[in-house]
Structures are given as C-alpha cells and as structure tokens.
Ligand binder design. Structure first.
Ligand code: GLV
Ligand code: MG
Length: 308
C-alpha cells in the first residue's frame, strides 16, 4: 500500500440530494464519505444536489474523513457541470472526484484536464484533487492498467459490482453472492484480482464496492472478508451498520499486527547482530527471512494506517 494514501477501509455512500443523510454522515466513523450525484440521485434532483453538496463540503464538520464526490459518467450530459460546479464551489474542501463507469484511460485524462483548468482558474494547487476510478464493465476491466496510470491523480480503483454484473449479463440479482448455478469457485475472483493487480502494480488503493443487503451485517462481513483477504484496502458501506464491520475487516487482527511487529523487531535484531551477513532468523518455530519482513511490513502498515 502506498505510504502517502490515507486509510479507506470504509467508504460511505451518501445521496447528494439528501440533507438528512448528509447531516447523519458527518457523525459516523467511516474513513471516507462520498456524496453521490450519480445513481443515488434522480435526474431531476441532480442540479439541486450539486448545490447541496457544495454547501455541505464548505460547511465542514467532516473531521478526518476523506471527502469525495461521485459525478456522473462521461456518457451522460451531466459530467462537466457536476465537476465544474462542485470543484469551483468547494474544491478547497474536497479531496477527490469519483468517476463511475470508467471504460478507457482517455476518460480519466479528460477529467484530469478539466480539474487542472478549474484549479488554475480558481487558484487551487494544481493536482490537489484526486481521482477515484470505478470499474463497472468489461471494457473498463480490460483497460484497468491503463486507467490506473492515466493520471497521477488516480488514487483508487474501485470495483462496481452491481453495474458490472449487469454489464456482463451475469444471471444473478444478488450483489456479492455467487450467481446461482455457478458452483465451481468464486465468480468474482478474476475481476477482483485484475483490479488488485492494477492497483498494486501502480501504487493505488483497491476498493471493493457495495453490498446491498444492508441489514445482514454477517453477510457483509463474509463478502468483505474475501476482498480483504486478497489484499483490498476497503469497501463501500451503504448503511451505518456496515461501518464498524468494514473498519474491522480491513484492519489486521490485533494478534497479526503484534506478530508482524515482532517479526520486524526480530528480523532487525538478528540481521544487524550478524553485521548484515545473516539473511534468515528464527522466532520460536518460525523461520523468517526478507520475504517475511515484507509481509510483516504490509500488516504493520495496514495496522498503523488504522491507528493500531
Ligand atoms: C456501484 O456503483 C455498483 O454499480 O456496484
Ligand atoms: Mg455503479
């Protein structure tokens, strides 16, 4: 994980048209909040939602949360006004723009150029506002590496499972669960791994998308646990009840964190004791070497980002 990116274990989706949900979101302990102008916001509500979002960002009260706005995708007529109104009005109080349904690197470049012009016009630091790219269809997935590197602003690659399932004609209506009739493995494995590889290859964060059965927190933990186990950095949350589960699932267990710290201490001690000539050491019955140190660094880094 990049050392420069902040923790995004829980990314809370909030409809930009709902003042009530926006006010509630301020009080919750998600790592990130994203105010939505896309699918959670009806077409006729979008112009009003842009204004509500600008006010909400400028009013503040977001604490340490990463503040993100999801705009509409480039195939609609709304994207440029979403970006222009929100960034001109509240760019100083915004960390990133989330771009949904990204299909090609050019779509990221287009957003980058627009952001640069607005930053120059308003007098913000150029490059300050990041981009979160959502992969939600087959073309986006086949281009995921190029999308990850299309702009230095890209901070996260996000899996959008609902749109993705629809776009590939998956015979299922339940996001996150295996499609009925597919009983030979995990139907999402290739998608998740492709996103994760692109993210890791280019030092971005990999974020898993929503789980829609919002009352079933056990099922949320099970589904989140899969992408967390692979190495994802966080997951969307749609309801306050999912936040603690996401924060826990994407943090290392305390025992793993402690063990990782022990490995790092022991490795440092043994290798320096041998004057840099010893490559491996033992902790109890466990042999540790340079690769163990790297694995321990990952767990330790995730733990520190989570405030352990
Ligand atoms: C999120 O946008 C999804 O389509 O799952
Ligand atoms: Mg979507």
């Amino acid at each position: 994980m990049s050392t420069t990116l902040r923790a995004r274990r829980s990314c809370l989706a909030v409809p930009g048209s709902s003042q009530k949900f926006i006010d509630k979101a301020r009080t919750l302990n998600s790592d990130q909040v994203f105010l939505d102008l896309e699918d959670a916001c009806a077409p006729l509500a979008k112009p009003g939602a842009r204004k509500t979002i600008v006010e909400a960002l400028n009013e503040g009260g977001w604490g340490e949360k990463i503040r993100v706005v999801r705009v509409n995708d480039w195939t609609t007529e709304w994207t440029y006004r979403d970006v222009t109104e929100v960034v001109e009005g509240a760019g100083a109080n915004l960390d990133a723009i989330m771009l949904p349904k990204v299909q090609t690197p050019e779509q990221v470049v287009a957003l980058d150029l627009l952001l640069t012009q607005i930053e120059k016009t308003i007098g913000y630091e150029v490059g300050k506002i990041g981009i979160e790219a959502q992969i939600e269809n087959a073309l986006g997935l086949t281009n995921v590496n190029a999308i990850a590197t299309a702009s230095p602003r890209v901070e996260t690659i996000i899996f959008g499972p609902a749109d993705f399932m629809a776009s590939i004609n998956m015979k299922s209506l339940v996001v996150g669960e295996q499609p009925p009739g597919y009983d030979v493995g995990d139907a999402y494995h290739h998608i998740l791994m492709s996103i994760l590889m692109a993210a890791r290859a280019h030092d971005k964060q990999a974020i898993d998308g929503p789980f829609l059965q919002i009352k079933d927190v056990d099922a949320f933990r099970r589904v989140a646990g899969r992408s967390a186990a692979l190495g994802f950095d966080g997951k969307w949350v749609l309801h306050p009840g999912q936040i603690d589960a996401a924060n826990e699932t994407f943090s290392p267990a305390q025992s793993d964190y402690d063990h990782a710290e022990n490995i790092l201490d022991a490795y440092e001690y043994f290798t320096s004791e041998a004057g840099g000539k010893r490559g491996a050491a033992m902790i109890g019955d466990e042999m540790i070497d340079e690769a163990s140190r790297k694995m321990a660094l990952v767990i330790s880094g995730k733990g520190r980002a989570a405030g352990m």
